[in-house]
Design a protein around this ligand. Sequence first.
Ligand code: ZN
Length: 333
Amino acid sequence: MISQPALIPVFGHAWAQRLLQSAVLSGRASHAYLFAGPDQIGKTTLARAFAQALTCHSPRPAENGLGACGQCRSCRLAASGSHPDHRLIEPEGDQLKIEQMRDLIREATLSPIEGRYKIFIIRRFDFANIHAANALLKTLEEPSDSTRILLTSGQGALLPTITSRCQVLNLRTLPLPTLAAALHTGWQAPPEQAELLARLSGGRLGWAVQMLAQPANWQARHDRLHALLELTRQRPVERLTFAAGLAKSNNSEETLHDWLLWWRDVLLVQHACDHLIVNLDQRQQLHTLAAATLPGEVRRFIEALIAASQHLRQNVNTQLALEALLLKMPAAT
Ligand SMILES: [Zn+2]
């Protein structure tokens, strides 16, 4: 009896899958790859699937995936996250440290246990401090035949000396239909929920899966939207109190992101573009607010939201920025 293949599933990024599969099948994978792109779009998953295919004992051409057979011992170990030649290195706190790179360099000198390669997946290399980046550089400059290094990075700047030694794959967010289909087939989300999550996630599968897995996240979103509706009916003094509370919390960026999607939806409803809204489950509230506010002031508030989000990222006085923003929020009349 043939058992179910143990493949690390990858959704989307079809061009990258094809490119990596051909590297696997030709046996000519580069020494280092950089998977770059926005957060939570599946960069590490793609790197793990690539590692699985690179160490597979009998890779084969496939329409989807990276060519791993999913049956051999190596594939099974990779799928369960216990392959002795695959090492996942992640930032400690908000930094990748030189000690972590030194451990890697030491380990890279050892021969692989299972097969041809020892593979190091280093997550968020944009979090590497300068010492860690320089330490890795030496390994990238003099790669050993049996070592492959897969870096992932957000959109932070990396040293050109690093990127020039890697094959760079610039990944994007997933198209919404691809993402909705993935949530439905891969995580059994009902179609309506899959569609809503796809839109809310802005094409980030990892974010959507996290939402799906944790009901507390739904409740948090619900609470944030409820607070938002209250605010549209509140007086300046109450808004300022809210701003002070939000400034002290650690979810101001998330809140502003929700608001941005929300007010964009209000504007879309005002322009009779309902089919484009993100918050599909809040249609009624969106219509109520669209009727109670003016498109001009909604548009101005959206601009203020974008500016405030940028300010928060630049570590300005958070409370001041939020107070100014809250006073500009349209009132439901
Ligand atoms: Zn295999």
